[in-house]
Design a protein around this ligand. Structure first.
Ligand SMILES: Nc1ncnc2c1ncn2[C@@H]1O[C@H](COP(=O)(O)OP(=O)(O)OP(=O)(O)O)[C@@H](O)[C@H]1O
Length: 241
């Protein structure tokens, strides 16, 4: 039987008067790829930061493989990782130096071998000696994905990981993530505004509006349920309602 990777109950996060995450409850099963969708400001990044233990909930509970981020953050970080299209890495280090720093942080055995294999996997081996600050947006995104895979995570949080990627590389990244899931049983929590990638990757989507879940299910089934032609059209309908 599949284990529960994430269980969230009545989660709420308030910033002053703004309720960014409002009484969310959901489960993510091990090896599932679940996409959180919603308009700008719907609360997706706040949710991911709560799951990572970077933010403290105003109320409610989070369990990651049975552990609470508030008390077991270090242990959770040992088997999970995070990539975002907007993450900042030290800009004055080379690509390889950045990965070496994170390898030390994650205590990776045989870091050189691991770094080279990930650079190859993300097709940026030729950039290993380039200064990170000079990378293009898409190259930086791929470097962030290398960083996120360094510790062979069993749970990966991806906040708009294909932002800034050209369609060819974006397609390759999706294929890579699906292949990793096939091989390792990786669980992925994912946010994106690219509906093509979402349709390709996600077993299930959870649609958020103003911090609340408004619908969830298998992408194709939800599209049919709302009598729309595509996830893109459904997105527009749900956001404008
Ligand atoms: N630290 C903070 N202090 C105050 N308000 C915040 C903070 N972080 C987020 N917010 C607000 O919470 C709401 C949810 O923001 P969040 O970044 O989670 O949205 P999002 O769904 O990830 O949006 P996007 O698609 O634009 O990335 C927004 O109204 C945002 O302005």
């Amino acid at each position: 039987m599949q284990a529960v990777a994430i269980e969230v109950k009545n989660l709420r996060k308030v910033f002053g008067k703004l309720v960014a995450v409002d009484q969310l409850s959901f489960k993510v099963m091990e090896s599932e790829i679940v996409g959180f969708l919603g308009a700008n400001g719907a609360g997706k990044t706040t949710l991911i930061h709560l799951l990572l233990g970077l933010l403290t909930p105003s109320s409610g509970s989070i369990q990651i493989f049975g552990l609470s981020p508030s008390t077991s953050r270090r242990e959770i970080l040992s088997f999970s990782n995070f990539a975002s299209g907007y993450i900042s890495l030290p800009t004055n280090l080379t690509v390889k130096e950045n990965l070496q720093v994170f390898s030390r942080l994650y205590r990776i055995k045989n870091p050189e071998e691991k770094i080279l294999s990930l650079l190859h996997l993300l097709e940026i081996d030729h950039l290993q000696n380039k200064i990170t600050g000079f990378l293009s947006a898409g190259e930086l995104t791929r470097l962030c994905l290398c960083k996120a895979l360094l510790n062979d995570p069993k749970l990966l949080f991806l906040d708009e990981p294909t932002a800034g990627l050209d369609p060819n590389i974006s397609d390759k990244v999706c294929e890579l993530l699906l292949e990793l899931r096939r091989k390792t049983g990786l669980t992925i929590v994912y946010t994106s505004h690219n509906m093509r990638d979402v349709e390709r990757l996600c077993d299930r989507i959870i649609f958020m509006k103003s911090g609340k879940i408004i619908t969830q299910g298998i992408p194709l089934e939800i599209v049919q349920e709302f009598k729309q032609k595509s996830l893109e059209e459904l997105f527009i309908q749900l956001v404008r309602e």
